[in-house]
Structure formats: structure tokens, C-alpha cells
Design a protein around this ligand. Structure first.
Ligand SMILES: Cc1ncc(COP(=O)(O)O)c(C=O)c1O
Length: 468
């Protein structure tokens, strides 16, 4: 023995790990039959879960046993093939299994020297994603916790570049007294890039918000007019995959206009950017590769476990200069690939490993099949519902999102509440075109036609019942 007498893993700790593994397997295996909503909501969960900090500790295995017993009733079926709420990927088991290793390895993934295997895996993942998403292969990629951070990082990088174009060094002189950056976004943008505008100190109240068409696509003429009013190089935020409709902005028409004005185009493609990986969907995002930066989640359409997204910039130096703790005074980017130089964080978990495992498991064909299947199923759902007993599908189903409205807002909310209470399927709420909607997002790797038929049946039955 090299060290002291305490083994690195005690029998108690081994039992705790084994219990966690057994529970993980049982939980996932039980999803097919389990209720998709939690058996308890926050108040009951608070009553169940131990809240007092114990004075003395308990054995590890006892902690795990109680954790499972107390917390499981309040765990939502986000990984269920019958969960259609928000836009949540289903966390593929192969990714979850790789995530167990990530936790066990406990790598600090900031540095390639300190954690060589992780750095290599993550660099390979970034290359594969650029290839799949058909973005410039030499782009810079930061593996971040999700699309909100990816949007924010990209907007910070854009800010620094746009200020540099006006002769201002934001790293050195900050934003006080800096020249203005006109910011343009659509009124159908997700809150994530809007938060990014605030976090980057660009002032959401100063940004120009443009009206969209009825699918949530920004209008080219509106962008033209807004650009004509810009005295400085602008930041224009576009979107691949509007959360209610799945529609994407007309990139091919807009991006050249922004570039002609000396500006930067950032694309929030949290889920919709994956359309560029699938031949039949690619035309719906034509020209997206011409942008300057992109945000995309891995924990949505790739079905990676949570805590995974990519911030991508066309010019790698723009991202590294903005994110490296060493700031704009980098000696040399060269060929080195240091994970921490493309993210806000220094220390972090090896969050790219599960996505690497998923892509090895799916392969290019498997990924394309999954995304296409989801879009096909979304069209099937729309066909089953549209025009039935006062139900309307408000969007053209071009991707995986379906916006469903009943004959009036009250009925829509009642139907949604009934369907959620029945707990066999779980769509969520939203508003679109001034109406309440039931929003279904078809994005779980395991979802099949029978799950969609059940969702349609549940909505139709609730609607019929409530109409009397
Ligand atoms: C279009 C869009 N952008 C950004 C986000 C935010 O992503 P995240 O929750 O991973 O930060 C979402 C989440 O649903 C989204 O749909």
C-alpha cells in the first residue's frame, strides 16, 4: 500500500455506487410504463426530502438509499419517450452511461496536459459536430453547459470584435465610454440570446426588436430598414428553430446584408441547427453556415444528458480571445487546443464525453434517422389533430415542434391541464400568435409512432370530453 490504511473505496462506498447503478438501470427501464409526471410537486417534495443539515454523517449507502426513496417521487419523466414538453432531449442511455464514467473519472477538464484523454475526445467531438452541422471546419468551439451560455459567449465574442472594428479595446477599456453597437433581433427570439445581450452589457432596452411573420421568421425588409438606420457595425441575432413553430430565419437573404454593413450575425440554433445535418431539412436553414457564430445544444436534439451545448465562432481566435482567462494578449493560438480557452469556465467536468459516446453509438446515419423521424412524427401528430373538433395546428410543421390550439384559450388550457393530469403523456404550454397553445416537441430518441398516437388520442379525448 502506497498511502494510508483507508482504502480509496470503502465497502460502504462500493455499495453506494452499486446501488446508484442499479437504481439508474431500474429507473430507465421503468420509463416505458411509468407515469410521465412527478408524483409530487415542490411542496410535497419539500415535505419528503430531509432538509436539516445533520450534525453527524451517515454511511454513504444509507444516504443513497434515502435519496432514492425521498427524491424519486418528485422526479419528472423528462427522459420518457412520452415527454413532449418544452424542448428537452431524452438523455440517451449510452450518454448517461458515459456520464457515469465522467463522474467516476472526476477529471478537471480545463487542460489537455492534465486530462489528455478528455481533451482529445472533446476535440474530436467538436470536429464531428462541425462536420455534421456543416459549419466551417476550422471554426472555434467551446463545450458549454447549454444554449443560454453558448449564446452569451458568442455575443460577448461578437461584442469584442465589433468594438475592435471601431478601434475600441473592450478588454482593456471596458464598456464605459465605448462606441455603440446596434443590436437587432426578432420578436420571436428565445429569451436565451436576449439574456446574452444583457449579460454582455449591450442593453436589451437599446436593441431593435423586429416583427416576424406568422411562423416566427424575421422579415428581410424589416432587417434592411433596421440596417439602413445603423451608424455602426451591428450585431444581428437570427434563429434556427423557433421554439413554437420550428421555423428558421431566411439566413441566405439576411446574412450578406449584415456583412455588407460590417456586422456580425449570430444564430441561436439550440435545437434547429441540427436541421443542417439532415439532407431533407437542410434547405429550411439554407445559408446558416454563412453566419459568424452559432449556439447549439447537445442536450436537446443529440439527446445528450444535461449540461452540454456548443458555442461556435467562425473565427476561432475571436472565441479564444474573448474567453481565455489570458484575455486578448494570447501569445499564440497555434495548434494547441485547450478546453478552457473556449469557455467562461476554467475547471469543469468532462461534459463532452457523453456526446462523443452518443455519436459513436448513433453514427451519422443514426443521427439523421433520429432527427428525420422526429420531424415525420411531428407531421403525423399535426395531421391527426388539425381540424378535429375545433383544434387547429397554428404552425407549418417544418421541424419537430407542433403548436396546437383548441377553440378558445380557456379550452386549450383545460385540455392541457387534463392531459398533464392523466400523466400518460406530457406536452407543455406556450403562447403563439396571441393564443394559448399546447406545445409538443418531438425530440426524445426513443419516441415512436405509438407514443405520438397516444399523445393525439389524449388531446382529442380531453377536448371531446370538455366540449361535453
Ligand atoms: C431556441 C432556443 N434557444 C435557447 C434555448 C435555451 O437553451 P438552454 O436551456 O440549453 O440554455 C432554448 C431552450 O429551449 C431554445 O429552444
Amino acid at each position: 500500500m502506497l498511502s494510508n490504511a483507508r482504502p480509496p473505496l470503502t465497502d460502504d462506498e462500493r455499495r453506494a455506487l452499486e446501488r446508484a447503478a442499479r437504481e439508474a438501470i431500474e429507473f430507465r427501464a421503468g420509463l416505458a410504463e411509468a407515469s410521465v409526471t412527478p408524483a409530487c410537486r415542490p411542496a410535497e417534495a419539500a415535505a419528503r426530502i430531509a432538509a436539516e443539515l445533520p450534525e453527524t454523517g451517515q454511511p454513504a449507502d444509507a444516504v443513497l438509499a434515502e435519496l432514492i426513496e425521498q427524491a424519486t417521487p418528485g422526479v419528472h419523466g423528462h427522459t420518457s419517450p412520452r415527454f413532449f414538453g418544452y424542448v428537452c432531449g431524452g438523455s440517451m442511455p449510452v450518454g448517461a452511461a458515459a456520464d457515469v464514467l465522467v463522474t467516476a473519472w472526476g477529471q478537471n477538464s480545463a487542460s489537455s496536459w492534465e486530462s489528455p484523454s478528455v481533451a482529445v475526445i472533446e476535440q474530436i467531438l467538436c470536429g464531428w459536430c462541425l462536420d455534421l452541422l456543416d459549419l466551417p471546419r476550422e471554426a472555434g468551439v467551446g463545450i458549454v453547459s447549454g444554449a443560454t451560455v453558448a449564446n452569451t459567449q458568442a455575443i460577448i465574442a461578437a461584442r469584442d470584435v465589433l468594438l475592435r472594428r471601431q478601434g475600441w479595446d473592450c478588454d482593456r477599456d471596458g464598456l464605459f465610454g465605448a462606441p455603440a453597437i446596434p443590436v437587432i433581433h426578432s420578436d420571436a427570439a428565445h429569451s436565451a440570446p436576449l439574456a446574452g445581450i444583457r449579460y454582455a452589457g449591450l442593453g436589451l432596452g437599446r436593441a431593435v426588436k423586429l416583427a416576424c411573420d406568422d411562423q416566427g421568421r424575421i422579415r428581410v425588409e424589416a432587417v434592411q430598414a433596421a440596417l439602413a438606420a445603423c451608424d455602426q457595425p451591428p450585431l444581428v441575432i437570427l434563429q434556427a428553430g423557433q421554439i413554437n413553430t420550428g421555423a428558421s430565419d431566411p439566413f441566405a437573404d439576411i446574412i450578406p446584408l449584415v456583412h455588407a454593413a460590417g456586422g456580425w450575425v449570430h444564430v441561436d440554433g439550440a435545437f434547429g441547427l441540427w436541421a443542417n445535418a439532415v439532407p431533407e431539412l437542410k434547405p429550411s436553414v439554407a445559408g446558416v453556415d454563412q453566419a459568424d457564430s452559432w449556439a447549439v445544444d447537445l442536450h436537446k436534439w443529440l439527446n445528450a444528458p444535461y449540461d452540454a451545448g456548443l458555442c461556435i465562432t467562425r473565427n476561432r481566435a475571436d472565441l479564444v480571445t474573448a474567453m481565455s482567462a489570458r484575455g486578448a494578449y494570447l501569445p499564440d493560438l497555434g495548434e494547441t487546443w485547450e478546453p478552457s480557452e473556449s469557455t467562461l469556465e476554467l475547471s469543469r467536468r468532462a461534459r463532452g464525453v457523453p456526446s462523443y459516446a452518443i455519436l459513436r453509438h448513433l453514427g451519422r446515419e443514426g443521427l439523421k434517422e433520429m432527427v428525420s423521424r422526429h420531424c415525420r412524427l411531428a407531421r403525423h401528430l399535426a395531421a391527426r389533430l388539425d381540424g378535429q373538433d375545433g383544434i387547429t395546428v397554428l404552425n407549418d410543421v417544418v421541424m419537430n415542434q407542433v403548436a396546437i390550439a383548441c377553440e378558445n384559450d380557456e379550452r386549450t388550457q383545460q385540455v392541457l391541464a387534463r392531459v398533464q393530469q392523466n400523466a400518460r403523456v406530457y406536452p407543455s404550454h406556450g403562447t403563439w400568435l396571441g393564443r394559448q397553445i399546447i406545445r409538443a416537441s418531438i425530440i426524445n430518441h426513443a419516441t415512436e409512432r405509438a407514443d405520438i398516437d397516444l399523445l393525439a388520442d389524449e388531446i382529442l379525448a380531453a377536448n371531446t370530453d370538455l366540449r361535453g
